[in-house]
Design a binder for this molecule. Sequence first.
Ligand SMILES: Nc1nc2c(c(=O)[nH]1)N[C@H]1C(S)=C(S)[C@@H](COP(=O)(O)OP(=O)(O)OC[C@H]3O[C@@H](n4cnc5c(=O)[nH]c(N)nc54)[C@H](O)[C@@H]3O)O[C@H]1N2
Ligand SMILES: Nc1nc2c(c(=O)[nH]1)N[C@H]1C(S)=C(S)[C@@H](COP(=O)(O)OP(=O)(O)OC[C@H]3O[C@@H](n4cnc5c(=O)[nH]c(N)nc54)[C@H](O)[C@@H]3O)O[C@H]1N2
Ligand code: SF4
Ligand SMILES: [Mo]
Length: 763
Amino acid sequence: MVGLKIAQEKDGLKIINTGCCHDCGGRCVLRAHVKNGKIIRLETDNEEDPQLRACLRGRAYRQRVYSDERLRYPLRRVGERGEGIFERISWDEALDEVAFKIKEIKKNYGNSAILLVPGGGNQGMLHGIVSHALMLHQIGGYTRMWGAPSYEGALFASMATYGTMMTGNAREDLLNSKFIIMWGWNPANTVWDPGTSLWLAKAREQGIKIVAIDPIFTDSAAVLAEEWIPIRPGTDTAMLIAMAYVIITENLHDQVFIEKYTVGFDKFNDYVMGKEDGIPKTPKWAEKITSVPASTIENLAREYAKKKPATLIAGWGPARTMFGEQYSRAANVLCAITGNIGINGGYSSGFMRAYYSRERIVTGGKKKSGPIKLEEEKLKKPRIQDNPIDFGAPPREDSLYKLKGGTNPANTRIHYNDYYNAILKGKKGGYPADIKMAYIVGTNHLNQFGNVNKGIKALKSLDYIVIFEQFMTPTAQLADIVLPVNTFMERNDVAVPWLGAPYYIYLNKAIDSMYESKSDLEICKELSRKLGVEQSILDLPEDQILRLLTAPRKDIKSYNKMKRDGFYKVKVEEPFVAFKEQIEDPETHPFPTLSGKIEIYCEHIAEKNNPLMPPIPKYLSHEEHYDSPKAKRFPLQLLTPHNKRRTHSTLQNIPWLEEVEPHNAWINPKDALKRNIKDGDLIDIYNDRGRIRIPAKVTERIIPGVVCVYQGAWYNPDREGIDLGGCANVLTQDSYSPGGAFPLNSSLVEIELAPINKKEGNL
Ligand SMILES: Nc1nc2c(c(=O)[nH]1)N[C@H]1C(S)=C(S)[C@@H](COP(=O)(O)OP(=O)(O)OC[C@H]3O[C@@H](n4cnc5c(=O)[nH]c(N)nc54)[C@H](O)[C@@H]3O)O[C@H]1N2
Ligand SMILES: Nc1nc2c(c(=O)[nH]1)N[C@H]1C(S)=C(S)[C@@H](COP(=O)(O)OP(=O)(O)OC[C@H]3O[C@@H](n4cnc5c(=O)[nH]c(N)nc54)[C@H](O)[C@@H]3O)O[C@H]1N2
Ligand code: SF4
Ligand SMILES: [Mo]
């Protein structure tokens, strides 16, 4: 841009205002110091508050850009699938082949045989999945999946209870609270926008009590909380319901609020008191299930109900379990019966999307209606609902299709954590398509979703796999063509933060593309031509597309300022409080549910008539729970949370980050002693799905009966198929909860000392 000063230059040193946009809850400012076309240093936001400071991962990004392991050229598989033998080919050859295969599969089997496997690798508006989806739409579409691994359980609960995802209060509102519960939430590691930990620290400094409930003594529990309540995984619903029991029996519930704003309290009360099933959900009942002492449950219930306003933030980790949606529903209901919704210092637990109502700012107070503006039309954004393959398909019966606004399409049929079955069983097995090709973008899918060993079998059975990647990941090793993509330092993009935080990041290109890598946009431009796609928005220069993409966001008052500074902080007059209008003026502002009220009992769920999807939140056990028959063989519960040293599997191979925390399995001294395991010993963790070999970290920071293997380490099997990389998903299930939750924290395992200390391995 003429006249736009995006870089300061002195003595050949340029400082480029850019950012980091990995899928880590962040989106942060980075300033790249560039000399002779090379990044020599990365700084972050050192300016006025609120700072958008990058974390350790973003600060270490230089090692990722310049890693020896970066993919350099297009590669074609020459060995067997998964053998890892590839030859270098030219871009032209590679894209000719991909175009030919797409056309061939389309001709022989139809577009539904092409499965788009997208991931969160890049969170910019332009790069990553966007251009690919647009291109594939234009050739007749693809089979799309439903379900977000992050939050599908929380989303289901949020939609069922509130009819929306905009359920959290702004972070600064934490200071108005008298009591904060971090339930299964570890923002010191997972970030959730760069200011979260700071606001929690300020709250603590102000004397507001913070409690952490987690099977692990997390960094957040250690640093931010006054009290840690350890709990058995997957049993949180029982504890929440027992808290409701205490609150109701001690008359601490907010009867006025309940009557005015909610429906179905009586039915919930019947379940809690045992009128429905003969089991009163007392703290003693919950103690047996959760391992949390009844007195602790009672005290927490009293403290939460009495210290109003109180904040209960129900994290997504406990919802990433079988019946995870019940936990999120129960947490929502607890907020409702204590009247902590729609007020400063309260929180509706829910989905946590909040901060300021971007929609209100964008549309000036009214919901969007009427014709879309010309610019938006020109944009032809690849909206998921435009995919020709499922356009207009009837909704899945088990979805909450009557409620508009869930992020996940109700009209698709394959759950993201069930697609290996879809590939292996196809139409004969009741799935909507016979998949022949996987088109993989921005995900290390094999590594990141349930049941790696089944995944290998499924992917190997396909006719063709193409992947767009920056590194030779375990997933890429199974592809037929691996295409090298550049990083966000090598192109322009705009990143929108999670949870509606009030800022944007502009990622100015800092350096030229490394080796022969290209951006997803550049690749799609070329591939589109080979596929005979009528030219579209993809042909415009990056900056112009970004102007179009950001045009509907009226809270960006100056695109040029955003581009120049590398960020745009939106001024928010007052901290957002979800449902303030609904509480202050319920006549004019009903809740966006079918009843217009907070649904403790959800009629839409009741219609499904599925005992495993009850209309009020219930505690349910399942096949891989601590009390299931399977627990006799596999007595330990496996947790697979998100680690501070990487973003999923991205940044796994960065030496500086390896130093932060070596990958190992956390195990309690009691469980270790029983198995003769000492700290640092190499152990095997196994179940019917597979076996991983990994050093043990014997620590009291995890409760007995539970083992933790942080997700994201790269799968690296030896010749017998034992994973020496310590990939948690070798052990997790490829299935889903009735409400869509990904049960990645619901796996039973056993542990033994490893027989030998092997290190080599290849797929
Ligand atoms: N066991 C277990 N598994 C989990 C979870 C869990 O809690 N437990 N969490 C789940 C969750 S919440 C999520 S969101 C998923 C995430 O799973 P994925 O979305 O698969 O995330 P990553 O492993 O980071 O893989 C992203 C890949 O994208 C590549 N990439 C980065 N930038 C670009 C780009 O610009 N273009 C292209 N084409 N590629 C790029 C990176 O190199 C990387 O290999 O993992 C899930 N897996
Ligand atoms: N550093 C880093 N940050 C990230 C990511 C990353 O990969 N790395 N990924 C980002 C993404 S895409 C997502 S979706 C979010 C995920 O954010 P979260 O889902 O909040 O993260 P997790 O670490 O999986 O889980 C949070 C906590 O829940 C606990 N937990 C798990 N199961 C249970 C249970 O049954 N009961 C209770 N009480 N606690 C339980 C875990 O021990 C963990 O401490 O993080 C984002 N931030
Ligand atoms: S990894 Fe996430 S939190 Fe860290 S700097 Fe990048 S965007 Fe920010
Ligand atoms: Mo996620």
